[in-house]
Design a binder for this molecule. Structure first.
Ligand code: NAP
Length: 256
């Protein structure tokens, strides 16, 4: 039996990487998906791919820093598919990077807005929609960076991702009695455009360095992280809330 049969899920950051892989996996597992990102062409291509495997996707392009996008996404899920059961709030950026004195206040705010404030805005509109259907699941993509590991030059990113853990803990307690589970997914290095090793201008040896940070001595395929997102959205995680799940290939326990 497909693991998300009869469920509707919102997935943010679905134009690329982990979010795209999750949208395809959720659809393959029977979910109707509402997908968003700024790149509308990529969303349209994704929706076609989902239709080709017999799934159904509604697309809405927008910026996760925009409150009205989140209201519209939840309304779209209810209008088009009859309700909302799960959300995978996954959009994010590495954002403003560099030595602390070189980071502008504007760059800091943009990073926090994209990675953390967007999560608050998403939950604000997802919670009533999910509660109306009797409960469900909200998952946020955090990172092992800022939780179990510190790296120089990514203070804004680390702070935003650590902030998500606090949001998860508070919302898990606030929403548990209404049957809404809230969790954080903490990927390790994943082979997407956002990975440090894939940034434009990254030195060729960067990839080997990043791979070596992990016990598995490689980085993840986005599909491997999507499996953890699927777990949280599914009934298999029915007693899991307030957690921070590391899917990091052992990066958090690796010291050499
Ligand atoms: P990715 O391929 O670059 O995907 C990032 C997604 O976020 C894209 O779909 C992008 O879409 C969307 N996005 C970024 N800024 C946005 C904005 N302002 N408004 C709307 N959508 C926005 O990278 P990824 O690795 O899959 O990243 C997914 C999540 O995993 C992020 O939260 C990231 O921090 C986290 N993560 C990644 C790694 C890694 O090594 N890759 C490790 C740990 C955690 P548009 O550009 O089309 O808007």
């Amino acid at each position: 039996m497909p693991r998300l049969e009869g469920k509707t899920a919102i997935i943010t950051g679905a134009s690329s990487g982990i979010g795209r892989a999750a949208a395809l996996l959720f659809a393959r597992e029977g979910a109707k998906v509402v997908v968003t990102a700024r790149n509308e062409n990529a969303l349209a291509a994704l929706a076609e791919e989902i239709a080709a495997i017999g799934g159904e996707a509604a697309i809405l392009a927008g910026d996760v820093r925009d409150e009205s996008l989140h209201e519209a996404l939840s309304k779209l899920a209810v209008r088009r598919f009859g309700g909302l059961d799960a959300a995978f709030n996954n959009a994010g950026v590495l954002g403003a990077m560099g030595e602390i004195s070189s980071i502008s206040a504007e760059g800091w705010r943009e990073t926090l807005d994209t990675n953390l404030t967007s999560a608050f805005l998403a939950a604000k509109y997802q919670v009533p929609a999910i509660a109306a259907g009797g409960g469900g699941s909200i998952t946020f993509t955090s990172s092992f960076v800022g939780h179990t590991a510190g790296f120089a030059g990514v203070a804004a990113y680390a702070a935003s991702k650590a902030g998500l853990i606090g949001l998860v803990q508070s919302l898990a307690v606030e929403l548990g009695a209404r049957g809404i589970r809230v969790n954080a997914l903490l990927p390790g290095g994943t082979d997407t455009p956002a990975n440090f090793a894939n940034l434009p201008g990254a030195a060729p040896e960067t990839r080997g360095f990043v791979e070596g940070l992990h016990a598995l001595k490689r980085i993840a395929r986005p599909e491997e992280i999507a499996e953890a997102a699927l777990y949280f959205a599914s009934d298999g995680a029915s007693f899991v809330t307030g957690s921070a799940l590391l899917a990091d290939g052992g990066a958090s326990v690796t010291r050499v």
